[in-house]
Write a protein of this length. Sequence first.
Lengths: 574, 133
Amino acid sequence: MASTPGVNPATVDKTPSGISGLDQITGGGLPKGRATLVCGGPGSGKTIFAVEFLVRGAELGEPGVFVTFEESVADLTRNVASLGFDLELLEKEQRLTVDYVHLDPSEIEEAGGYSLDGLFVRLEHAIKAIGAKRVALDTLEVLFSSLKDSTTLRAETHRLFRFLKDCGVTAVVTAEAGAHTLTRQGLEEYVSDCVVSLGQSVFDQSATRFLRIVKYRGSPHGTNEYPFLIDDTGFSVVPATSLQLDYDVSQERVSTGIAGLDGMLGGQGYYRTSTILVSGTAGSGKSILAAHLANATCQRGERCMVFAFEESPAQIVRNMRSVGLDLTHWQDKGLLQLRATRPSLYGLEMHLVALHKAIAEFKPQAVILDPISSFMSSGTAHQVKAMLVRLFDWLKAQQITALVTCLSPSSAKEETEIGVSSLIDTWIEMRDLEIAGERNRTLYMLKSRGMRHSNQVRELVIADSGVTLADVFYGPDGVLLGSAKLTEERKRAREERAAWEDGVRAERLLELKRETIEAQITTLRAELAAHEEETLRRIRAGKEYAEATRADRDSMTKLRNDAGRLQSTNGGRA
Amino acid sequence: MTVATGLPRPKGAPKPAPPSAIRSPSRPSKPGQADERWNLRLYVAGETPKCVQAFQHLKEICEEHLQGRYSIEVIDLLKNPTLASGDQIIAIPTLVRQLPPPVKKIIGDLTNTERVLVGLNLVAVVQPKRRAP
């Protein structure tokens, strides 16, 4: 369908709320000049939402009026001071006005019809006094619990929202969540432009706060429940699921910190911005591999952030020193940050928010999570996976190289408990092999997308001086490692030497044989020659004798014939 | 702000139109609280029908029950918006009993006399059968 020129449905004017992450979900902020309803149960963060909306507004040059029905100005100021908001200073600078509307039902008697003009007058005065652009009412519903005439209140509430609109202020109105409706008093009927719902979900005793845009008239918006965190800097919403699969990929390679491992990855190491999983059984050296990446990152002068969920920073530093890595040095230089958190400290989504926040502050080039398997205690496999997908996605989008370790149960084969394998670019599997009474660490590439990588199993040799990768011995009895490998190697060497010596000996014998036989051949040849000579001589002698004999006979015959002729004359031949 | 003066008004003099101040003739008429001063403050926002009505009703009630012992201060928030927060005014009209303590607030146009009397803690001195004003 062709869109009408000049009419773009997404052009609702928006005011950036200034709340971290919220403007991303809403595509720019809250509807400008209109009221937004923020509803939620007790302790869901409505007041903080409202206060932060005004404080950020003041920072953005939009003064604000905060009308509190629940807390006194002093209480409110003290409560939000822990979030880094200095309301007193803002008030002094005429950027914020806090008005406490106190209603004590025991003091108030209703006798006849009334209007809320008093509130209107107060609001209008406050707005005009500082030129306010933003107004927050926290929470309007107190009126309904303090005053009895709900018909009047409804009419007046309606008038109030019209009044706010007429004033041209962007308003945030908080309301208590109802049992079956968004708000207890049905305020959503009056505020129809934008409704934000705040809530908490508890899994296995860990609570996660979440925020949802229930409606936003005239604007597309994220529809999920987005986790958020309230900490010493206020609200942080994680808009992770709004990310697309469209991040840039890097051709650059970064060293793994271990020469042998670089060699297994085409000689150059990991891709920058890739996600690397190091899985393995307990004590197979996952953390050591991770620490080497941290070390290599810092050596390049880049920042690296390590989130440890099982060890304290001091413990990590000590342990890595034992394999020749000095992490303190990098910490002192401000290139390395180690953060240790108990996985059970807060819910899964809160972890995500906390990670986001820490990463956004430190802006590291590499992030290490050690290990992600500890999240399993904070949610179901599906939830953990969903959280990790968002985290990995976000890290990729931020162009951050991420290495995560995962403890795999010894029984499982090439499968992480969490099932994140499909998200991983490079997967290194580490395994302990027990052969001939000892355990040795092996390592191999399960996959490494987009690069040539070794298919060989290597042995991880951890020494005081550092970590090296050694080729493993593969014989007819399978893979051999450690001292078994040494024994086998020596045995092989002996066998080889024996075989070699055998060959040499055989060669010598052959030579000898050849010499002997050749000598025999010479003798036989000589014999043959002698025999031949003798035979020829005899043949010659025989011929000569025969010839001589015939000649004798011939001459004899001649002689005899002569004598006969003579006789024949005497009678001829007899 | 229209402030009630402490000046006595001759009996039978015409009542001033609201918003204004009146003071009852100092003539103790009720038992029990004879020597108590009643300081009342009526918050209005312009001369809306509700505000005018509230003032009239208030004056009638005072005349009947607190004659000579009360003063009414009428505050127009349209003229003095800053005064609204002092007595925590949100509804208009609002009647505040400042004296005697404790502070009491009655909101509305005061048409419901029973509620006003209850609100002002005047029930104790109300006659079972109320005379028509």
